[in-house]
Design a protein around this ligand. Structure first.
Ligand code: UDP
Ligand code: MG
Length: 311
């Protein structure tokens, strides 16, 4: 088969209820563009019937290719593995749960054709829980502040990239990463457009609260050392405040006499600082942990088999 013009990348983890609907909407859209394309799925160690459905698609639909992971390595690793196998000039990422309407793809392609190397998206009328929306807003604002990047919506995975960006990403060997932020660091001419967003059509979100926190820690610590610097700054301010407090206690001792009843106030203050210290150790640990992961140089993911690549 000739080199495709557009590569669509879709990670799937236990998505058996969505895959057929997804293809029923995605294929007409892609065929409608009149351009050549490929659809690269990564099965991220699904334990339901997803892999069986995907393998059937790889056999019956010429454009479909499937990477079968050896276990669950996470959405971002699944996308990275697929990136390495794509050959299109324009690469689109998409979720398998139909939260990102495939009908928006031609808009994204048009933006790349205008010369933008990264096309981000903003979810209009986002269909998620209030908790997720509020959390996302906080993450978006702090990430932009810390990394100096400008993106309105880091979470939306319906995005388009030029071949050059993907080549750069393929050269990175980080074990934990956040793809939209990584792409943004390589981009020289990014843009953002608004896209529709739907509720998850079948199944449940694959992100537990714990996984979400982990992912956002990757985003925060993976792209900036500002948290460490802020923390050092906080340490200095704390010491200064403590010195001021000691001076105050001394002056008070001369003027009024030794203070005894305030002991519990001191305890309260102490616990506050102990909390900060524990948080700081955890934060440093987060960076050390990342360094540890990198130096082990373990494979980031393990591909068990490829389906539909030799056509
Ligand atoms: N996903 C994956 N591996 C995981 C978790 C999720 O490949 O460990 C895929 C999932 O199948 C979906 C996409 O990543 O296609 C987004 O996941 P989900 O819809 O659960 O996330 P949410 O929309 O709740 O942020
Ligand atoms: Mg989803």
């Amino acid at each position: 088969m000739d080199k495709p013009y557009v590569s669509v990348v879709i990670p799937a983890y236990n998505e058996e209820g969505n895959l057929n609907n997804l293809m029923n909407r995605l294929l007409p859209v892609m065929r409608g563009t009149g351009k050549s394309f490929e659809i690269v799925f990564t099965d991220d160690g699904s334990r339901d019937g997803s892999l069986r459905i995907l393998r059937q698609m790889a056999e019956s639909i010429p454009e479909v290719k499937v990477i079968e992971f050896n276990g669950n390595f996470g959405q971002h690793m699944a996308i990275l593995a697929a990136f390495e196998k794509t050959s299109g000039d324009i690469i689109i990422t998409l979720d398998a749960d139909l939260q990102n309407p495939p009908e928006e793809i031609p808009k994204l392609v048009a933006e790349v054709e205008k010369g933008h190397d990264v096309v981000g998206t903003i979810r209009m009328k986002r269909q998620d829980t209030v908790f997720r929306k509020v959390a996302s807003r906080i993450v978006n604002i702090t990430t932009n502040k810390m990394t100096g990047m400008q993106m309105s919506d880091y979470g939306c995975m319906l995005r388009a990239y030029s071949r050059g960006i993907i080549d750069n990403i393929n050269h990175c060997q980080e074990t934990t990463t956040f793809i939209p932020a990584l792409a943004q660091t390589f981009s020289s001419n990014p843009t953002e457009i608004e896209v529709a967003h739907a509720e998850r059509s079948e199944g449940e979100s694959k992100y537990s609260l714990y996984k979400l926190i982990r992912l956002n820690f990757d985003l925060m610590t993976g792209f900036s050392v500002v948290p460490l610097q802020l923390f050092a700054l906080m340490g200095i301010m704390t010491s200064l405040a403590a010195v001021a407090f000691a001076v105050f206690l001394m002056v008070r001792r001369f003027l009024i006499g030794a203070e005894v009843e305030g002991v519990f106030t001191l305890f309260a203050i102490l616990f506050f600082f102990i909390g900060i210290v524990i948080f700081g150790i955890g934060l440093v640990g987060e960076y050390v942990g990342r360094i540890y992961q990198e130096v082990r140089r373990r494979p980031r993911y393990v591909v068990r088999r490829l389906h539909g690549f030799e056509k």
